[in-house]
Write a protein that binds this ligand. Sequence first.
Ligand code: ADP
Length: 206
Amino acid sequence: MVASYTQLLARRYGGKLDKDADEFIGYAVDGAARMRELIDDLLAYSRVGMRGGEWSDVSLDEVLERVRQTVGPAAETAGGVLTSEPLPTVRGDPVQFLQLFQNLVMNALKFHGKEPPQVHVSATRGEREWTVSVRDNGIGIAPEFRDRIFVIFQRLHSRAEYPGTGIGLAICRKIVQGHGGRIWVESEPGQGSIFHFTLPDESESP
Ligand code: ADP
């Protein structure tokens, strides 16, 4: 209601009152849109693990393919590329895995510097777990912020620089921990970032 009516105000009275009124209406419209975005993201955060989605054997290749279909076109228009190596099949909640990959890949595309984004997804097998890595050539993260970014609402930039609510990585951490894994970032400012997460490997050794 707030969003709809402030938009109606803008449409019907924009340019008909005075300059201040236009400015105030603009803030109200932006604020309402932002509130909606925050509520959507908070709901996504609180729902992780609440309804306990069905677990199954999930092909992470298929998950990445779906992410590619969603974010690929936007990435390509920005001159970006998303490449990958074969990924494993692991046990877990397919909806959550999609959310996890989508957040990491979208961040990797979003936080690029002057160069167009190049994002690469790969996986390596350890003794009892897989490590999946999402590498980018973006702005990187200073050492003192590498833990903090996984805490809800922690952002390192203004919304004018890079849009967002600061909830994405908190969702990723909740999903990975719910699957018995860990998530961390390896990065240097200006040198890109690599987000790694582990997932238990329950299949027989080759
Ligand atoms: P949002 O993307 O909405 O800001 P996130 O929780 O996804 O929130 O990320 C938190 C913060 O971590 C971001 O605001 C940004 O400062 C930093 N960050 C996340 N991913 C990257 C990345 N790939 N490269 C550089 N910084 C990143």
